[in-house]
Design a protein around this ligand. Structure first.
Ligand code: CAA
Length: 258
């Protein structure tokens, strides 16, 4: 794949996307998001990929949407062009699990991109924030919606209204990130987690992602019903037969991803 502002590679069954706009601290413009979308399309279409990692640099996962690019937008430019949300939806609609491996700044759209992923693994250097209020605007790619769901109203209001940054330890305590690791181990840890996920049955992994996400879109009763139906459907998979047979026979399962 040929990209200008991101790098992509395959490591075993893991697709890796590295944001590569270091001079702008990986600020997210339309081109970056289009390239991420294209990379996700390719990884989704590839049967050999079971999980995806998105990462940035040591200094910044991403310092937000590109302020220079949007500074002079009129309302009509933003609305008609569906600025920000148009090509950000692709991350949300990806059916394979995505891990955000975050070091340094994850601010504004950078924090929002990380939150759109399924798991955030943070380096101890990570800083999260929604400082848009300082720019005379507000989070526009999920910050006011995903952050309170992740960390609760009090901390979400605090971050969005005061523009302060949250360090990795606070983010882990608040439930935004799943683990904090030393900065020099970040990529290794994220890739290992992704490789573990990718070693399991791909349709089952997709069902789990779909079911956990349903918890944020439905009542408990609806969500439990959805889960039960999906659980029942897993009994149609060869991988369910293989997984349970392997347990009974005390051997390692060999999943075929069907
Ligand atoms: N957009 C465009 N360029 C950015 C940027 C952004 N969001 N963040 C940083 N940069 C650029 C800087 O302009 C600078 O470029 P030059 O060297 O050409 O001047 C370069 O990256 C390095 O940045 P700094 O010199 O500012 O580095 P620093 O270490 O002093 O500060 C920082 C780092 C605290 C992250 C600071 O750059 C900063 O506050 N950035 C903006 C953070 C922000 O407000 N993000 C929200 C954006 S709006 C948004 O995301 C809307 C939405 O919800 C979708």
């Amino acid at each position: 794949m040929n990209h200008e502002l991101i790098l992509t590679e395959t490591r075993g069954r893991v697709g890796l996307i590295t944001l590569n706009r270091p001079k702008a601290l990986n600020a997210l413009n339309d081109q970056v998001m289009d390239e991420i979308s294209a990379a996700l399309d390719a990884f989704e279409a590839d049967e050999g990929i079971g999980a995806i990692v998105i990462t940035g640099s040591d200094r910044a996962f991403a310092a937000g949407a590109d302020i220079g690019a949007m500074a002079d937008y009129s309302y009509m430019d933003a609305y008609k062009g569906d600025y920000i949300t148009r090509n950000w939806e692709r991350v949300k609609t990806c059916r394979k699990p995505i891990i955000a491996a975050v070091a340094g700044f994850a601010l504004g759209g950078g924090c929002e991109l990380a939150m759109t992923c399924d798991i955030i693994i943070a380096a101890d250097s990570a800083r999260f924030g929604q400082p848009e209020v300082k720019l005379g605007t507000l989070p526009g790619a999920g910050g006011t919606q995903r952050l309170p769901r992740a960390v609760g109203k009090a901390k979400a209001m605090d971050l969005c209204l005061t523009a302060r940054f949250m360090d990795a330890a606070e983010a882990e305590k608040a439930g935004l990130v799943s683990r904090v690791v030393p900065a020099d181990k970040l990529l290794e840890e994220a890739l290992t987690a992704a490789e573990t996920i990718a070693s399991f049955s791909l349709p089952v992994v997709m069902m789990i992602k779909e079911s956990v996400n349903r918890a944020f879109e439905s009542s408990l009763g609806e969500g439990l019903l959805f889960e039960r139906r999906v659980f029942h459907s897993s009994f149609a998979l060869n991988d369910q037969k293989e997984g349970m047979a392997a347990f009974v026979e005390k051997r390692k399962p060999s999943f075929r991803h069907d």
